[in-house]
Design a protein. Sequence first.
Length: 350
Amino acid sequence: MSTLSRSVHYARRGLGLLTNLALDRFVHCNLQVTHRCNFRCQICDFWKVQHEKERELSLNEIEILTDKLAEYGTLAISLAGGEPMMREDLLDVIRIVSRKHFPIMITNGWYVNKENALALWEAGLQEISISIDYADPEKHDAMRGHTGAFKRAIEALQILHESRHSNKNRVHMISVLMDDNIEDIERLLRLSKQIGVTYMVNLYSYQRGKKSERLPKRPVSDILLKLKKAYPHFVSLTSYLEQMDISSQQNGIGNCQAGRYFMNIDNYGNVARCTETTDTPVGNLIAESPQQIRQRLLIQQAQDACSQCWTSCRGWVELMHGPNRLRSWKEFYITVQPVDSLSAKVYVDV
């Protein structure tokens, strides 16, 4: 694809996503392309359940899914797992998704190298996040259940940053905020700045499966907001950080909009409101129509009073529609600009 064709394609999809935001439609979908994983993270339970590789969505099924999702408009589709880079045909998956949507991805970074990093961008990947939870390599490795995880994650960030062919391609370091790593955040901010990538946090969620309640035990919002003012490449939305303490201290944020603005599709095509509710799917998008699925999601969203989590995917989507949407839209616009152009304007008071 030529540079001009790529720009036109980007603009067309961008207009579609903005239209969905303006009209209160779906804007995000988490697509679990595999549940397989090479790590054994303490804060995840996907790897604890046996999943058959042969039953994972085929490329043909992923094409059916993305075409049906396009009936909702242009979406940001997060390719997730497990570890998505364990799929041998991941580049083909990205090519299919990028035809009508914006593919983004979260990975542990283990399989990233110079060759496939460039191929990921060329295939149409828009954004990638590498998970690092501690500034201490040994603590990160212990959390992830894999020796060398920290080193490989840092190398992956460096490679991805150096290989992206457009300033529109975003590379994030992302940390799960828990009960024992608030003191690590500034050190990770400095490290991500040194590498040249942006930084985000995601509040820990324990609802799915049997996981420990490892939310922060003390107020963290003020700490994070001060860090956001000091480090312009800290791109988590201000409104998201402001509500961290409310979520931790009051068992979540009420009026969750999962199922209305965003959804989750597992590696078999089953649709649920979010990653926390995969055990109560509303149907299968391969076998059923987008209209049927949307209607059931809306009914479940209206009936389910779940409010336990305040994850970044939920926060981003809801805050782009909420009462502070003008501030969130401004921050979002600023933070998709080239990293070198980021300034203190990232922290916007409206």
